[in-house]
Design a protein around this ligand. Structure first.
Ligand code: HPA
Length: 266
């Protein structure tokens, strides 16, 4: 399966090798528009790639250069809540690792649990809690990608986090840092769950990223993750959560995160 997908991609991009894979979360797809000399491939044109059904997720790969670096953007990711199984969610990043990508930047929209956060904040993910009830590596280990029991102590690269901090300081952009807790969704969390997550040590909550990071770590990517805090999590404010708010803040602040990601590519 992997080789077939790889062949189909190579047929379109030739011998182009991306160094960075950038996964664009809800409302953050705009970065893909900045890619120079872009070559786009729709997920539907690659065997094994599921189509992206989430709102504002275009569902295509964009190959090209950003800040002089060879990149591939996943404009639209796959989520467990779409009904895809854990292997399907991480299939694209594994294929792109085989293609030669060695660093991955994952972005997502998330609800703020840390009371010091406000909507619009950008958080560097320094660790995660897998609350999805599954793991993309369940099943026979594919030793072509990695070991049976991959270490997660250093999943989020210290060096890349430091580079993100330095770049943000240069841009005059304030960054938060914290722990992301991943749930399956699609319902937002209850206030009781959010209180529990705060006690567990989470700073932000979302419906993606953890499966990708686990599989990415397994197959040897260097990993950097950002959460755009689009709303305060359930019960933190006396309001209900809405998809519109998430998309709107993503649009407003997505530009700043896009700039940060672009500038830190060195
Ligand atoms: N919860 C889960 N996922 C999210 C949220 C949230 O509050 N905001 C954006 N994605």
């Amino acid at each position: 399966m992997y080789d077939k997908a790889l062949k189909q991609i190579k047929k379109v991009i030739g011998d182009f090798v991306p160094e960075y894979l950038i996964i664009l979360g809800s409302g953050l797809g705009g970065l893909a528009e900045k890619v120079e000399n872009p070559i786009a491939i729709k997920y539907g044109e690659i065997d094994g790639f599921m189509t992206s059904t989430a709102p504002s997720h275009a569902g295509r790969l964009i190959f090209g250069t950003l800040n002089g670096k060879n990149v591939v953007c996943m404009q639209g990711r796959l989520h467990l809540y779409e009904g895809y199984d854990r292997k399907q969610v991480v299939f694209p990043l594994r294929v792109l690792r085989k293609l030669g990508a060695s660093k991955i930047i994952v972005t997502n929209a998330a609800g703020g649990i840390n009371p010091d956060f406000v909507p619009g904040d950008i958080m560097i993910i320094n660790d995660h809690i897998n609350f999805t009830g599954t793991n993309p590596l369940i099943g026979a280990n594919d030793s072509e990608f990695g070991v049976r029991f991959p270490d997660m102590t250093m999943a989020y690269s210290k060096a890349l986090r430091e580079r993100a901090r330095v770049t943000a300081a240069k841009l005059g952009l304030e960054l938060k840092e914290g722990v992301y807790i991943g749930c399956t969704g699609p319902s937002y969390e209850t206030p009781a769950e959010i209180r529990a997550f705060r006690i567990l040590g989470a700073d932000a909550v979302g419906m993606s990223t953890v499966a990708e990071v686990i599989a990415a770590r397994h197959c040897g990517y260097e990993i950097l993750g950002f959460s755009l805090i689009t709303n305060m999590a359930a019960g933190m404010k006396n309001v209900e959560l809405s998809e519109e708010e998430v998309i709107e803040v993503g649009k407003q602040k997505g530009e700043a995160l896009s700039k940060l990601v672009t500038e830190l590519l060195i």
